[in-house]
Design a binder for this molecule. Structure first.
Ligand code: FBP
Length: 249
């Protein structure tokens, strides 16, 4: 199954680069990392298990040597202007992602949004289709919206993990709550779905590496991170540290 390419040794370090869509270039990028080639070069050189991008980036940049890196194509996206009651609809098909060479498709669900049902329905169908093509489905599970008081509470995180698994996700991407013990319950709630942890905005190398190793202790099998790598002054050095934690030789 092509989807398994992303978890060659059972773990996965995914380099996420959909922030241009989610946040806008002026918020997250500089003259270097605004260029998708800069990110693909890091992914290739550091040996990331996958890159996660929108279809247009895959279409324009996922070619030649870069096709060595397994690809995750995001099928939905929303802007930073839409955060009170967020919803994000599918704009790219699974078929197109497969045509672009994807090993997996990604989709964000905003649990707690008044439109959560719409996202459940879309993602459930995406999982069915992905299975037919032999690729993985990855759920970016982000509790957010009017009914969510604390998006990092154990209750909310485990609820999100469970729903993603029950909808059919092969992989669930969650935020880390900073506590290894309660995170064990969250990850247990995802059952056989593999849990990868999101990076978040840029912090010190020390704090980021602690998040990486604590995530592993809590049962996560990977990270899907962006800003803490490609905003780092030395992206390859921080990547080598991550590799040492997640793929020790
Ligand atoms: P980062 O490591 O840069 O946080 O990337 C992970 C990610 O899930 C991206 O895939 C996505 O664009 C972003 O976080 C969403 O962040 P936000 O919490 O602002 O919606």
């Amino acid at each position: 199954m092509k989807g398994e390419e992303i978890f060659k040794d059972g773990r996965s370090l995914i380099l996420a680069y959909d922030q241009g869509f989610e946040h806008g270039p002026s918020m997250d990028f500089n003259m270097k990392n605004v260029d998708p080639k800069f990110i693909f070069d890091i992914a290739l050189e550091a040996g990331y298990d996958a890159v996660a991008v929108q279809a247009g980036i895959a279409h324009k940049y996922y070619k030649d040597k870069y096709t060595e890196i397994p690809l995750i194509v995001k099928l939905n996206g929303k802007t930073r202007f839409d955060n009170e009651d967020p919803v994000s609809y599918q704009h790219t098909s699974v078929e197109e992602a497969v045509r672009l060479g994807a090993s997996a498709v990604g989709y964000t669900i905003y649990l707690g949004s008044s439109k959560e049902q719409d996202m459940f329905v879309e993602f459930g169908k995406i999982c069915e289709e992905a299975r037919r093509y032999g690729i993985y489905s990855v759920c970016w599970m982000y509790p957010r919206g009017p009914s969510i008081k604390d998006e990092l509470s154990t209750d909310v995180l485990s609820y999100g993990a469970r729903i993603a698994m029950e909808l059919g996700a092969d992989v669930v991407k969650l935020k880390y709550n900073g506590d290894v013990e309660s995170m064990k319950w969250v990850i247990k709630s995802a059952g056989e779905a593999k849990v990868v942890i999101a990076g978040g905005s840029k912090v010190s190398d020390e704090d980021f590496l602690k998040l990486a190793s604590d995530s592993l202790k809590s049962g996560a099998v990977g990270l899907a991170v962006g800003r803490n790598v490609w905003q780092n002054a030395n992206p390859l050095k921080i990547s080598r540290e991550l590799m040492r934690i997640y793929h020790p030789q």
